[in-house]
Design a protein around this ligand. Sequence first.
Ligand code: GLC
Length: 724
Amino acid sequence: MAKSTKDIKALLAEMTLEEKVGQLVQLNTALLGKSTAEITGPAQKLGVDPAQLKYVGSTLNFHGVEEMIALQETHMAEDRLGIPICFMMDVIHGYRTIYPLPIALGASFDPDLVAKCTRMAAKEATAGGVQVNFTPMVDYVRDARWGRVMECCGEDPYLNSVMGAVQVKAFQGDDLSDPENMAACVKHFAAYGGAEAGRDYNTVEISERLLREYYFPAYKACVDAGVRMVMPSFNSLNGVPSIANKWLIEDVLKKEWGFDGVIISDYNAIGELLKHGITDDMKEAARLAFEAYCDIDMMSPGYCKFLGDLVREGKISEEALDRAVLKVLQLKKDLGLFEDPYRGATPEKEAAVCLTPEHRAIAREAAESSAVLLKNEGVLPFKKDVKRVALIGPFAATQAIKGFWACNGEDKDCISVEMGVKNLLPDAEVIAVEGCSAEWNELSREGFAAAVEAAKNADAVVLCLGEPQNYCGEGNSRADIRLPGVQEELASLVLAANKNTAVLLFNGRPLVLTEIDKIAPAILTMWFPGTEGGNAAARLLFGDANPSGKVSMSFPKAVGQCPIYYNHPNTGRPKRKAEEIHETYTSNYIGCGNLPLYSFGHGLSYSNFVYESLELDTDTMTDESTITVTIRVKNDSARKGREVIQLYMHDLYASTVRPIQSLIAFEKIELDAGETRDVTFTVTEPQLRFYDFNCNHISEAGEFTLSTGYADHLLHTKSFWLKK
Ligand code: GLC
């Protein structure tokens, strides 16, 4: 693609104040390209006069490429300077072919696979007219009650950083003017995932040291990967909402990290400064956001109504305004919009690239690779020569398994479990019985009898359980994260009726599965697997695919343990005895252990991976030297499989308390039956650094350990010393 040669500074010089302000306004399509009569209603709802909507620089969440073309044509016919509108959207885990939720992509521990999925999404979305994507979301999370844990890659800063950076590079490619690439936007800066009590939009109070240690790394990894846009978060952070938080935006994002791309508010986040009680005046809210370097105002009346006046009154300098406008024009230039405002997107192209067999194959591979086999006491894989399979539960036959925030994906495109099992076993009798609802407040047990009858008469039974896909995602937090409704009762009856039963889960967050775990011999979570979920589930259940996912976020034993995460300090009174034993005067609970039911990094396979050794090439390290770690793993089974080799570090003594372990490297490998492999990692001093009490990013001399295995289940721990 020829790079745009548009002289945006010359263009800026021609622009009126209103035209400049317009470039910083983002409104949804209800407010765009319509007659004044059509716009009046939505304008009044927004709190502005339709006449103030003459200039709009970008829009979001439009409905398909036809709408994009129509809106752009209307706009280009009217815009005095021919500055195209920029079309933005949330393409979180697929555009039309939907792959698993990001929390599941994290569970795949497979950056190459995530890149493949991301490229597929970019290809489909750009064909559909999307030019900027409000993804990746990399908010660090510790509380499964929060509905948006589904959107990030879990509770580890390093895993989130790797997967965030991979998505940025895969969405943006090497040349943003290539019409199959789109600009990415990292969100939500910062610490939105630290919402108190796991309740969405709630207050966030986190020390600077903790922010820097856990919450910032993934955002910074995306900035370092060249992300073109950043979206500050809705929440207040240590008393100041991110959209007006100059320390966060100016000191950290811009000065420390050197970010000079576009900063876009979240949806009406400027308007929410009034709700937060920062100001009672929308004009002042606009000024505060602009002073905190917010370039584009998404869907608040602030900029379109007051930014011009603020400049005219000298409260905002025209130089500052010009700087913001130039960043937006630069993004449009780099996207090639001045050469082609449509970037070649057409309905024919969109139809040609979406939902192709190749894309479905990628979605299925991702669903297989991110599923986690949480438990298996010899039940799985089922034999494929079964005559009768009973699929029981609210997820047995439903196609509603694409997950939340699924862009233009449609349930009707999804393969249900029933469809997938029938595809795999055309000669078997497959019976699907819902048994009960998955809704928290639908407690009918009328379907139990038919479910038990079906289970009794089947050779293999799959309990298809979970939470509805709209129980996670934005605004969907839960105070009780068990299986909703009467699913646990259904499971106990079905498991009593047939021991050859496995539980198949559909969940957008870690659930509390303690009661299910007591009675189910096998549990496989698909998270929300997307368009090909049923085919992937069937192949995993019946052994055509071998599970290889690992828990990306701890599954609590009880919601009362939340927030729960593996990389925690030891405390001065760590629990010593077995989980179920309560110890007074130590850090623990009565009636519940401290460990999660399923820990970060846990996941079973149909193979049997034996960790034979972990060796260091030296036990002493300096700032300049490195340590080579060699982990020997054997696939002691008759089945080829993939395993995630994880390397954990512990800094035993330091000037601030250190987590008992931190993931510092991982590699997903495939081992043939009987194969032994040495996997090596190189450890460098920067990987040993932490933020001390004064937020200095340092490493300190002393003893460290390196371990493999997974959190709460370390194997082959070896010590070394860092000398200064
Ligand atoms: C939402 C979300 C944000 C999304 C934006 C545009 O409220 O918080 O993640 O990108 O609005 O849809």
